[in-house]
Ligand binder design. Sequence first.
Ligand SMILES: NC(=O)c1ccc[n+]([C@@H]2O[C@H](COP(=O)([O-])OP(=O)(O)OC[C@H]3O[C@@H](n4cnc5c(N)ncnc54)[C@H](OP(=O)(O)O)[C@@H]3O)[C@@H](O)[C@H]2O)c1
Length: 253
Amino acid sequence: MKIMTPQHGCAWITGASSGIGAALAAELAARGWTVAISARRESDLQNVAAQHDNIHSFVCDVTDRDAMAQTVSDIEAALGPIALGIMNAGIYLPTALPKFDPTVFDRTFEVNLTGTVNGFAALVPLMVARGAGHISLISSVAGYGGLVTSAAYGGSKAALFNMGESLAMDLKPSGVHVSMVAPGFVKTPATDVNKFPMPFIIEADDAARRIADGLAKNKTHISFPRRFAFLLRALNMLPRSTYVKIAGRFMKR
Ligand SMILES: NC(=O)c1ccc[n+]([C@@H]2O[C@H](COP(=O)([O-])OP(=O)(O)OC[C@H]3O[C@@H](n4cnc5c(N)ncnc54)[C@H](OP(=O)(O)O)[C@@H]3O)[C@@H](O)[C@H]2O)c1
């Protein structure tokens, strides 16, 4: 599978008005990419774009399928073909049981899952026609298995792994590479509100470097920090009933 470089086209990152997406835009721009960033908050996007000549902002809500298709065509008209698409937009809404609020699930799935599908819908036909491209999904180690208060978020991130793996297989013959990123805790506006301890937390710049390194190697699965990802993967190799007992204690509400 061909490794996408800045010579093949530009990079597009959704959800890049803050956090990991904003840091990744700066990291890729520093590595020579022309970067298109999108999100809903225009002024935040412009602040990120102002950091580098090679970053260009396009306001877009990932849940709007037509707007996503229009954004892709606007980006390609302005910056040339998208060689690397990073579906990063995501929200975390805790499930505070025993009150069961189905709208938490609706909202989470709409952004994290449907938003990613909308990105694929816009990019796949173009990349398949060109016989090359790389689409990366930002999932989470929370998708490896169930975690306390994470039914909606973890469910969406687990679905991204399954969807991403299937699409990696389906799209391989067309020359389009699909990768999945599984960060542990990263310090961003999304985690700044967390009241619980966040083991092995890293800065967004550090996460961006690790993601950019993995993308440049065409890795299919990029996970970090290594010790935390390994610990969760090891826990997930236990019999499921044992996993549920241990993981419930390991991450207390
Ligand atoms: N931080 C962590 O510890 C961690 C760990 C694992 C995975 N992740 C994943 O990493 C990704 C980035 O998260 P983050 O921590 O950097 O959080 P963040 O700073 O809150 O960034 C989330 C981004 O998603 C965008 N977004 C949300 N809803 C959107 C919508 N409907 N349409 C378009 N953009 C939307 C936000 O922009 P607007 O509000 O301007 O639209 C923002 O740019 C997410 O997928 C998250 O699940 C984060």
